[in-house]
Design a protein around this ligand. Structure first.
Ligand code: HEM
Length: 420
């Protein structure tokens, strides 16, 4: 529901464009043809063969009489078209209720993503993505570059925290049924954001080019082999039969070019929808008086988000300094795979499932089940019709509990067997 935004309008600034000030638009030259109407211009387009779109923008800044400083006026003259949007955002409100706490996790995922961009850019100054130099440059960052160790540790920890926040945020929006009409695309874009986040983790894992990363990537990129045409997919991912320097180039380019581009695109969509549709309240809360009021998004909610970010930053620095990630030994394709090779924790549940279905063709069954499950999860807003009618939908709550239990139990089983 976007009810909390319904009153947002152009506010104290005149909504309708004022007539242009005398002299604002250049008078037409004597004898010049009158501006064409859209129909006439269409006809003109057919005649000349060149399409000219009809121009119906106001001739001058309709807000030019609003009282602002001269600097403000300078910007206003150039950006007057976005003033109604700023005014709309100023009126945006967030409902307050006993579950409001969960609204902070999307912002925290965003915060850790920003940290990834900044620290990733710094690491790029020294990292060399080749088979010969990757590990040495990684050790150089850790041991020689001033504060290089801190930047690398923050990058590694922030990746984990971003994934963790995205999972918490996904389940909290799921159980609050925030995906219901008209927020279906927030859910779908969020789901793709999670897939991209996991893609960052997978592609980044190989970059240090140490033994653990090398063999984990070998196992990870092997998985699609059981699919029809899977061998092609595996060689596309690896850039050949085996994990090699070619694989490193591919993972690097995905990690620093394709995935950041895609995630920025999806994030823009996700956050635009968050702003336009506003924040939802759980089903029935409004009717049963459980909404304790509304607070302004700018600046109140954002300031509280900021407090969450500060806590997140403190945690990040603490983890980076007290629990540093190891360096390991340089990857060597000829050495035997170390025992206990496992992926990053956010793939443990799927990893355990692949291990569980050990019968002939079991891997294929696991991949098919996981793919179908993922697709159903991605389109949940379109399946849960009851929630979109503002009715409780216990079947979907049970589905969410089932998925959560699958992830937690399987993740724990991997932890119990292999340790951290
Ligand atoms: C990189 C990951 C993500 C970032 C940075 C992000 C960011 C945000 C932010 C800042 C909000 C507004 C505040 C809030 O409600 O928490 C939000 C809302 C929302 N997000 Fe995400 N998100 C991410 C991933 C996801 C995922 C994985 C899903 C679900 C599959 C999702 C679904 C939603 C929904 C449904 C809302 C609307 C909440 C409401 O109106 O009550 N997001 N997101």
């Amino acid at each position: 529901m976007a009810e909390n935004n319904q009153n947002a309008s152009a506010g104290n600034i005149p909504a309708k464009p004022k007539p242009a000030a005398p002299g604002a638009a250049k008078p037409a030259a004597p004898g010049a043809a009158k501006p064409a109407t859209p129909v006439a211009s269409k006809a003109a387009a057919t005649q000349s063969g060149v399409y000219k779109p009809p121009v119906d923008r106001p001739a001058a800044n309709p807000y030019k009489d609003a009282r602002v400083s001269s600097l403000g006026a300078w910007f206003q003259e150039r950006f007057y078209a976005v003033i109604p949007i700023i005014d709309y955002l100023k009126k945006k409100e967030v409902p307050k209720h006993r579950l409001s706490f969960w609204y902070y996790f999307g912002g925290l995922a965003l915060f850790f993503f920003i940290i990834q961009i900044v620290t990733g850019l710094l690491l790029l100054q020294y990292y060399k993505p080749t088979e010969a130099a990757a590990f040495a440059s990684f050790v150089f960052i850790q041991k020689v570059v001033p504060f290089g160790w801190l930047i690398r540790q923050i990058h590694a920890w922030s990746a984990n925290l971003m994934a963790m926040m995205a999972f918490i945020h996904m389940f909290s929006t799921f159980f609050m049924k925030s995906y219901r009409k008209p927020r279906e695309l927030m859910w779908v874009s969020g789901f793709i954001l999670l897939v991209l986040t996991l893609g960052f983790g997978f592609t980044g894992y190989l970059l240090p080019w140490n033994e653990l990363a090398f063999f984990a990537t070998q196992v990870g990129t092997e998985t699609p082999k059981v699919l029809p045409g899977g061998a092609l997919l595996v060689s596309l991912l690896r850039g050949g039969e085996d994990v090699s320097g070619e694989t490193l180039t591919r993972m690097f380019s995905l990690h620093v070019v394709l995935l950041p581009g895609l995630i920025l695109l999806l994030l823009s969509l996700h956050l635009t929808l968050v702003q336009v549709l506003g924040t939802s309240a759980p089903i029935g809360y409004k009717e049963s008086g459980m909404i304790k009021g509304y607070e302004k998004f700018f600046p109140t909610f954002l300031a509280k988000d900021g407090i969450g970010w500060l806590i997140g930053f403190a945690l990040l620095v603490y983890l980076a300094a007290v629990y540093p990630w190891g360096i390991g030994v340089k990857a060597n394709a000829l050495s035997p795979a170390p025992v206990g090779i496992k992926p990053e924790w956010y793939f443990w549940a799927e990893f355990q499932m692949l291990k569980d279905l050990k019968f002939e063709g079991g891997e294929l069954v696991a991949i098919i089940l996981l793919t179908i499950g993922g697709l159903v999860w991605a389109i949940v807003p379109f399946l849960d019709r009851k929630a979109s009618l503002e009715q409780k939908s216990p079947i979907f709550t049970l589905l969410g509990l089932g998925v959560l239990a699958f992830l937690l139990i399987n993740t724990y089983r991997v932890f119990a067997e292999y340790g951290w």
